[in-house]
Design a protein around this ligand. Structure first.
Ligand code: ADP
Ligand code: MG
Length: 355
């Protein structure tokens, strides 16, 4: 196992810079997920760790050794891709053992490691099958098995679950997490799916347009997003945002440009007359007897909870409740935020304001 240290790493394709100075320190044994919208540079960064792409500037170190000029096969990493890239003419056993065979490992060692990996992944009964006779989930497991037999210092995953249906994705998510708890191999995992990131990672790196927006544990990112981008990206349904201005510290009040008015808790440190964005997570917007008036637009029951989209002045907000409530589009609701859970951001820079 090994740490992975990424220091001021940049990547250019010709004149275009797609990674603008990325710093990430991944501890030995950690499960870190790179998450962000499509095109933000996740795969590029992962492929640079793997050595499949060169580093334009900065350093990447694995286990304390700078590997910028080290060939992929000498980096002691194993990568699992979205397209499993199994050899169709080889059995599961041959697919899993192939890299060790290539490395001229003794036959008994190959056999033993393949058997161990097959046992970990529940593939013992499928070793003689060919990939075309496997389900998507089984193929995914073989691709992971192929990585496991190499006993690398670092696992690299690039959207490994994207080709699976929703139910299987949830199952494989749990399996990969368990696998990590068992093997404790340092893992860097790329996904665009924030739920995947939240549920699996020790720490999440949120990326956007080639920069790191925030690094933290899942709940740190959820509870204290550093900026509007992270606040909006993490969480589903997303955080409600209301643009407006604050009153004075003596009389902290939020006046939304859409018409919403909120008394803020006394003593809340605010800078008067700054354009702000107030953020409220849907579960922190409660239905009350008397509160801010909002008109119901859409009601979406999911069973465990109900999402209610409502108009608040010119803004639309969503609140979630676990109660069974009987409301219809057009009805008026009274809402009240949980004041201890409000988020404030600078409207211009998007940065979190202390609150
Ligand atoms: P992600 O994996 O987050 O979706 P990528 O790392 O694949 O994003 O791509 C990041 C950016 O780099 C994109 O704008 C993409 O178009 C660009 N890019 C990726 N590979 C190349 C390449 N070989 N040549 C030029 N541009 C590339
Ligand atoms: Mg990608």
């Amino acid at each position: 196992m090994a740490s992975v240290n990424i220091a001021d790493v940049r990547k250019n394709y010709g004149q275009v810079e797609v990674l603008h100075g990325v710093d990430i320190d991944i501890k030995d044994g950690e499960f870190v997920i790179l998450v962000g919208p499509s095109g933000c540079g996740k795969s590029t960064l992962l492929r640079m760790i793997a050595g499949l792409e060169g580093v334009s500037s900065g350093d990447i170190a694995i286990g304390g050794r700078v590997v910028n000029d080290v060939a992929p096969k000498n980096r002691d990493i194993a990568m699992v891709f979205q397209s499993y890239a199994l050899y169709p003419h080889m059995t599961v056993e041959a697919n899993m053992g192939f890299s060790l065979q290539l490395a001229k490992a003794p036959k008994e060692q190959v056999l033993r490691r393949v058997r161990e990996a097959a046992q970990i992944l529940g593939l013992e009964n499928l070793l003689d099958r060919y990939p075309r006779h496997l389900s998507g989930g089984q193929r995914q497991r073989v691709a992971m098995g192929r990585a496991i037999v190499r006993q690398p210092q670092v696992f690299l995953f690039d959207e490994p679950l994207s080709n699976l249906d929703a139910k299987l994705r949830v199952q494989m998510r749990a399996e990969i997490k368990q696998l990590h708890q068992r093997l404790k191999t340092t893992t860097v995992y790329v996904t665009h799916d924030q739920i995947e990131a939240m549920t699996m990672a020790d720490r999440i790196v949120v990326m956007h347009d080639g920069v790191v927006e925030q690094i933290g544990s899942p709940l740190e990112l959820y509870d204290r997003p550093a900026n509007l981008f992270v606040a909006g990206f993490i969480g589903s349904p997303g955080m409600n945002f209301l643009r407006g201005r604050l009153g004075t510290s003596e009389k902290p009040e939020f006046t939304g440009s859409g018409g919403a008015r909120l008394q803020l808790p006394a003593g809340m440190k605010v800078s008067p007359d700054v354009e702000v964005v107030l953020g409220i997570r849907p579960e922190h917007l409660m239905l009350v007897e008397t509160g801010i008036q909002a008109e119901v637009v859409i009601v979406e029951p999911t069973g465990s909870e109900t999402q209610i989209f409502a108009r608040l002045g010119d803004d639309e907000v969503v609140c979630t409740t676990r109660d069974r409530i009987n409301v219809r589009p057009g009805d008026m609701l009274a809402l009240q935020p949980d004041y201890s859970k409000l988020h404030l951001f600078d409207a211009e820079t998007g940065a979190r304001l202390h609150c």
